[in-house]
Write a protein that binds this ligand. Structure first.
Ligand code: ATP
Ligand code: MG
Length: 233
C-alpha cells in the first residue's frame, strides 16, 4: 500500500452536526495538497477529522494502510500525523523549548534541527509561549509538529495574520521542508496564490464537499479561474 492517507466516503462533524458530507481523497508519499475554500466550508474540520478531533459519522480513514478512524488523537499523532492547528495553540506558560520538547518523538527531527530550521526559536528558547511574536508562534507550531517526527503534516492556515515579510520567510521554510524532508503535506490556506506556490495538487472545498481538484501549477497559471471557482462555491 503506497498511499500514506486515504479518506473513503467520510462524513464527519461536531456531535450530530455533519460538516464533511461524503469526502474521499488519497495522498501518496511526499505528495502535497492545498485545501482551499471560503470561510466556514470545512477546511479545519477536514484536518481535525484526520487527527481525530471531530465526530466521525461514517467512512474510513487509513494511514499507511491501517484504519485509524477509531483511534484516539494521541495514537494518531504517535503513529506519525503532525498537526499545526489554526490559531497555533501554543502553551502560553511553557517556554519555546518546553513547547517543543513536550511533542518529542524519536526520529530524524531533534531540537537542534528545529533550531537550525528556525534560528529565531533558538535565540528565544527561554521565552514563554505568550511572549513571542505571531510569526515566532507559527514557527513554534510548525516546529512542534515536526518534533513528533510525522510522515503526514497537516497545517491549518500557517500564514494567517502574519506580516508579508514573515510570510515570505515561512514559505521558504515550507518549500525547503517539502523538497528535503520525507513528508506528505496538507496545507489549508486562505491565500490560493501562496498555497498553489508550494503544493503539487489542490482541492477546493465547498460546504463539506470537494468542488474541484487539480494540479497546483496548472491552477496557478490561471488565477482568474481559481477566483471564479472559489467565488462559485
Ligand atoms: N466546534 C464546533 N462545533 C460545531 N460546529 C462547528 C465547530 N467548529 C466549526 N463548526 C462549523 O463547521 C463548519 C465548518 O467550519 P470549519 O472551521 O471547518 O471551516 P473553515 O473552512 O476552516 O473556515 P475558516 O476559513 O473560517 O477557518 C462551519 O459551519 C462552522 O460553523
Ligand atoms: Mg479553518
Amino acid at each position: 500500500m503506497s498511499e500514506v492517507l486515504i479518506l473513503d466516503h467520510v462524513r464527519a462533524g461536531y456531535g450530530e452536526t455533519v460538516v464533511l458530507e461524503d469526502l474521499s481523497l488519497r495522498l501518496s508519499r511526499r505528495e502535497t495538497l492545498a485545501v482551499l475554500g471560503r470561510n466556514g466550508v470545512g477546511k479545519t474540520t477536514l484536518l481535525a477529522t484526520i487527527v481525530g478531533h471531530t465526530t466521525l459519522h461514517s467512512g474510513r480513514i487509513a494511514f499507511h494502510g491501517t484504519g485509524i478512524e477509531h483511534a484516539p488523537i494521541y495514537a494518531r499523532v504517535r503513529s506519525g500525523i503532525g498537526y499545526g492547528p489554526q490559531g497555533r495553540e501554543i502553551f502560553p506558560s511553557l517556554t519555546i523549548e518546553e513547547n517543543l520538547t513536550v511533542a518529542r518523538r524519536d526520529g530524524r527531527w531533534t531540537l537542534e534541527r528545529i533550531y537550525e530550521l528556525f534560528p529565531n526559536l533558538a535565540q528565544r528558547k527561554k521565552h514563554m509561549g505568550n511572549q513571542i511574536s505571531g510569526g515566532e508562534q507559527q514557527m513554534l507550531a510548525i516546529g512542534r509538529a515536526l518534533m513528533g517526527n510525522p510522515a503526514l503534516l497537516l497545517l491549518d492556515e500557517p500564514m494567517e495574520g502574519l506580516a508579508p515579510i514573515i510570510v515570505d520567510g515561512l514559505l521558504l521554510v515550507l518549500e525547503k521542508l517539502i523538497a528535503e524532508d520525507d513528508l506528505t503535506v496538507i496545507l489549508v490556506e486562505q491565500s490560493a496564490r501562496l498555497a498553489l506556490q508550494v503544493t503539487k495538487r489542490a482541492l477546493i472545498l465547498d460546504r463539506g464537499k470537494i468542488a474541484f481538484e487539480g494540479e497546483s501549477a496548472e491552477l496557478a497559471r490561471d488565477m482568474k479561474k481559481v477566483s471564479e471557482l472559489l467565488m462559485a462555491t
